[in-house]
Design a protein around this ligand. Structure first.
Ligand code: NAD
Length: 256
């Protein structure tokens, strides 16, 4: 597979370039970023235009940039018949609806948008979804590094959506009447599942899902200590995307 990387000089982009280069079945053929044009990463010179992906005849492009940029990049990839493996977070429902039309064409390119490529995180979401029908209260605490600008994280939103969809009823109402510091109880998502976002120096990406019922709690915790935790998932996606039609919104099905 001929792979291009968008956001190549970013922290994730550099890790993806290295992971692709290290894999025997993948070849890094193009790197694009709006900064750092001309820099050489894993023997590929960084370009500043998407056209570099078409010129290098990429089969798949991995995008780790910002949502605003990916809104342009993904339709461009779709129009050029290039599969998209997307780690960028912060998309709205309208964005997803647009991408669905872009990548829903029969025999057209495919797109995976995964809010979290760490296999531990994918399994954490699956376990949280399994647990959701069996408890009365549920809260999600996500913890990230200090450069993250969106909250709650894409992983937390996805986890909460899947937990909510797994139930027929809401979790019990929040009992809080006095909130001394606004936001102390976090933000309420669907079915009364609360999200709490921690931004902390020294952390990378972590999440805890706590569920409770009378006399028992269940805590499901996942930690990414390093960006390398995301790479096996990205490499797996690059290899399998050609066989996963349309727009897929989680790495989950790639593990079956
Ligand atoms: P970063 O700021 O280090 O890198 C982002 C890069 O994108 C920068 O180099 C920037 O110049 C580039 N960029 C921005 N706009 C661009 C454009 N229009 N064209 C080309 N390049 C552009 O950030 P990061 O830590 O590498 O994270 C990138 C994204 O990946 C974020 O959205 C983050 O939330 C997400 N992320 C996802 C996962 C996952 O598993 N899905 C894991 C970690 C981070």
């Amino acid at each position: 597979m001929r792979v291009g990387v968008n956001g190549a000089v970013g922290q994730m982009g550099r890790a993806v370039c290295a992971a692709v280069t290290a894999d025997a079945d993948l070849t890094l053929v193009a790197a694009v970023d709006r900064h750092g044009a001309g820099e050489e990463i894993n023997d590929v010179v960084v370009a500043d235009q998407l056209q570099a992906f078409a010129d290098a005849e990429c089969d798949v492009v991995v995008d780790f940039t910002v949502a605003e940029s990916a809104r342009t990049t993904l339709p461009w990839l779709g129009a050029h018949g290039i599969h998209a493996v997307v780690g960028t977070t912060g998309f709205t429902d309208d964005d997803v609806a647009l991408f669905e039309t872009t990548f829903g064409v029969a025999d057209g390119p495919n797109c995976l948008i995964a809010p979290n490529f760490a296999i531990s995180a994918v399994l954490m979401m699956r376990f949280a979804e399994m647990a959701a029908p069996w408890f009365d209260t549920a809260e999600v605490i996500e913890l990230h590094h200090m450069r993250k600008i969106d909250a709650p994280s894409g992983t937390a939103v996805k986890t909460i959506e899947r937990m909510a969809a797994a139930r027929d009823t809401d979790f019990v109402d929040d009992p809080t009447e006095i909130e001394i510091y606004p936001g102390a109880r976090g933000g309420a998502g669907p079915r009364n599942i609360r999200a709490h976002s921690v931004r902390m120096e020294g952390m990378v990406a972590h999440q805890e899902v706590i569920l409770g019922a009378e006399g028992q709690t269940l805590t499901i915790r996942q930690d990414s200590y390093d960006r390398s935790s995301f790479m096996p998932g990205v490499v797996l996606a690059c290899k399998q995307i050609h066989a996963r039609p349309g727009l897929v919104l989680s790495l989950d099905s790639y593990l079956d």
